[in-house]
Write a protein that binds this ligand. Sequence first.
Ligand code: HEM
Length: 444
Amino acid sequence: MNLPDGPKTSPRLLNQFETDPLAFMDTMGDRYGDIFTIMADSIPLVIISNPEGMKQIFTNAKEITASGKLNQGGESVVGKYGLLALDGLRHRNRRKLLMSPMRETQTQEYGRHICRVTEKVMNQLTIGKSFLAYPTMQKITLEVVLPSLFGLHQGERYEQFRQLFSNLISYARSRWLDISLSYPFLKKDLGRWSPWGYWLHLQRQFDSLLHIEIEERHQQVNPLRSDVLSELVLACDEMGQPMTYEYIRDLFPSLLFGGQDASATAISWSLYWIHSVPGIRDRLLEELDSLGESLEPAKIIALPYLNAVCNESLRIYPTQVVTFPRLVESPIEVMDYKLDPGTVVRGCIYLTHQREDLYPQPKQFRPERFLEKEYSPYEFLPFGGGARRCPGELLALFEMKLVLATILSRYQLALAHKRVEKPKARGVNYPPASGLKMVMLGSR
Ligand code: HEM
């Protein structure tokens, strides 16, 4: 094996990786170019930001796998049978089941739901007062994902799921859960007022709501229902057996976390760039106004400048800095380096999107680049690629465009500060560190 060069692992370096991964990646990219190795304990972690290398990671499925073992640390939060913990045939099969209903979300009805939810949440803001954009977008994106996953658009059950998921997601990100996961002696059910006990209490609430939904689908099969849960209830696993309750349940946490957090991160960054770079908002409004009074979802998603703004936001600060890890299973040569089995490989989405040769003046927010040039899936990859390519991509882009179009055409917002926003890790995503303070100036 001849590993690419890389930094000597030191506590300072590891600290920078934890606290400011983008600055860390910039330094590593400048120093070592588009492939380098970080030694994590004794396991080499190879980071790649070269499109050819990226293509190899995503397409050499026999030699480099999307091993579920590498993601098993998060099992307590995202489930033993969640997509991230699976690989091979099982992973492929479950993805197929999820993706067929998720592809069907680009409908007029779903689009209207997204616009309605956006207006509902934005109308709760007080004119003249500041608000944090990121948690506000999280409220919207949580409600947006519910019809796709459970077929719920409104009503009592919708409210129960909404409230429960909001609690689950914020507790999953809290220090309390972190503490009980770090110290095994705290991972005990000491009632709902104890850190681990509260997490189990939320899980039990989820179980009981999910059982009701599943029971209803068993009692009354409705072939017209096209949500993820309805698909799973009728589906078989790879052995031809009906999906067990655990298999079904464990698929939802990663969809919820991905569905809510990544989308809220992407929309918050778009709001930041739209309101901080001169001319972007005006040009977007001109494009939106050209559609007339009725904002039809199908017409909004086809707008070229809006599409370019979304892409440029996802380019400059991708929601995930790196792809999920991949494992070398049999010897393979990647960009002239011979990698041995056991080597872990990650594509660095951020550094690929910062390449001068692909994106001249990469630190500048310039949506026009997406109108002037088409990028390959290995040059522009905000949703990753290969076996773990984001299954929510279509929903996410549909949602991003409709939420932004509704906010821009109905409200006037401004940034509360002129300062430069930095991304900060929150789970696997990188939203604005401050939460992005904005002011609601009024309606438009
Ligand atoms: C703008 C919004 C989003 C972005 C930028 C995004 C980005 C990503 C990225 C980079 C990955 C890793 C891919 C890889 O390792 O190659 C991923 C995986 C994933 N995403 Fe998303 N995502 C978004 C929205 C969503 C939505 C809306 C959902 C679900 C409703 C979702 C669910 C998932 C899941 C379950 C995975 C893991 C897939 C697997 O293990 O097979 N994401 N996403």
